[in-house]
Design a binder for this molecule. Structure first.
Ligand code: ZN
Ligand code: ZN
Length: 411
């Protein structure tokens, strides 16, 4: 484990650059028990910048696994109301939400996928209304990570837990730019560069992108009012925040019925405590009409069959293959990291702020403008050194956007 000083510095980046906690603002931290030591540091650093209350929502993944295994069948779809009402109350108080995502990628390996799918769908439906506070950027939120033993040993197999955790700390600090002389400044400059990329893409206003790579030949129409977005977001109070750290992506939404062709994943997806590898999807007019995977097929099926909208894409994101995370040349088995090493797409709901004026639109208006709607949103990775992307301008001119996995568009 890094020393106290480095941990405090990391916590400061999460609290200040990520959440951007304001004086008097409550903070809610959701974390696994294993993160207790770091959560205490986070809590103190949040009070130091003026947090009013720091509430902790502890989670024990092992108890989640026991529940998923042993809960009576007819209880899988029961979700209590109080956690949802609590989020309502936190929302009313302009709480900033920090989630530590550090799951064992194969936590639910032995749980029947149909039980997990049933539970995930029930949770998705129950939390859909409050999930909007996050999807619509009404409040500030951040997903970040620290190592846990089971996860670290998946990333670095064949060594002891302590050694694996130490190596994963090193890896996280590396991609979190903690080795830069001034990490905060490095993040500010990096976020400014990502914003510049987004502005450039908005200026071009492509009407479609065409992806080509091994197992991928996909045409994606972009809605007329699409907006490319990067790291910097703004909540209802006008305070800035960065919802993911690390972040390397520039993203927008596809036209819900405008995706055609085939798409193949390039990295394993850890979803719901199970691994899905070698995902291959075929789209017709925006709908997944055929799907396979080399492992985790039942889990993939559970995801795609969640609802109508989980048969379509809600996000496309551009990430160069030459980035701090992919340059480490190992998987993280955690989407927060892997999606920032690779171009990716998400099955499910589109972010309303990816439409010009989208936050002020009703759901019907968002759908009419081309946004996909679903109770789920799950990213998976499609980038590699072989990925090529062309952009199609309104007059039909084709412009190279990505070549050999990296930006070909000057910024
Ligand atoms: Zn993304
Ligand atoms: Zn996403």
């Amino acid at each position: 484990m890094p020393d106290q000083k480095h941990l405090e510095h990391y916590a400061d980046i999460l609290i200040r650059v990520g959440l951007n906690v304001q004086p008097g603002q409550p903070v809610a931290i959701s974390a696994p028990l294993e993160a207790a030591e770091f959560v205490r540091i986070l809590s103190a650093r949040a009070y130091l910048v003026g947090a009013r209350h720091v509430e902790i929502d502890w989670d024990d993944p092992q108890c989640d696994r026991i529940g998923a295994m042993m809960m009576p069948d007819d209880a899988l779809e029961e979700v209590p109301a109080w956690p949802i009402l609590r989020i309502d109350e936190q929302y009313e108080k302009n709480t900033a939400f920090l989630t530590i995502h550090a799951a064992d990628p194969e936590l639910m390996k032995d749980v029947p996928p149909e039980r997990l799918a049933k539970r995930a769908k029930a949770m998705g439906i129950a939390f859909e209304r409050v999930q909007r506070y996050f999807m619509e950027e009404r409040i500030s939120w951040l997903v970040c990570s620290i190592p846990t033993a089971a996860w670290a040993q998946t990333v670095f197999p064949g060594i002891g837990a302590d050694e694996a955790v130490a190596k994963l700390w090193e890896a996280i600090f590396d991609v979190m730019r903690m080795n830069e002389p001034d990490p905060t400044l490095a993040w500010q400059q990096h976020i400014a560069r990502l914003d510049e990329r987004a502005r450039n893409l908005n200026h071009r206003h492509f009407r479609a992108l065409h992806y080509r790579g091994p197992g991928t030949d996909l045409r994606v129409l972009l809605p007329a009012r699409h907006l490319w977005v990067a790291a910097q977001s703004q909540n209802d109070k006008g305070d800035g925040f960065t919802a993911n750290l690390p972040t390397e992506e520039v993203f927008t939404l596809p036209q819900q019925d405008g995706v055609d062709g085939t798409l193949t994943s390039t990295m394993p997806l850890a979803y719901n405590g199970q691994l899905i590898e070698g995902i291959s999807l075929r789209f017709e007019r925006g709908k997944i009409v055929d799907y396979t995977s080399s492992t985790g097929y039942e889990t993939l099926k559970g995801l795609i069959e969640t609802d109508e909208g989980s048969h379509s894409l809600g996000e496309i994101a551009l990430v160069p293959h030459d980035s701090p995370i992919s340059n480490r040349r190992h998987l993280f088995y955690n989407t927060l990291f892997d999606e920032n090493a690779s171009c990716h797409v998400a099955i499910g709901k589109a972010y309303p702020f990816c439409l010009d004026g989208g936050k002020a639109m009703s759901e019907e208006e968002q759908i009419a403008a081309g946004a996909n709607h679903s109770i789920t949103h799950v990213d998976f990775m499609i980038g590699s050194a072989d990925l090529e992307i062309d952009g199609e301008l309104a007059d039909g001119t084709v412009v190279p956007v990505f070549r050999k996995g990296n930006w070909a568009l000057e910024s």
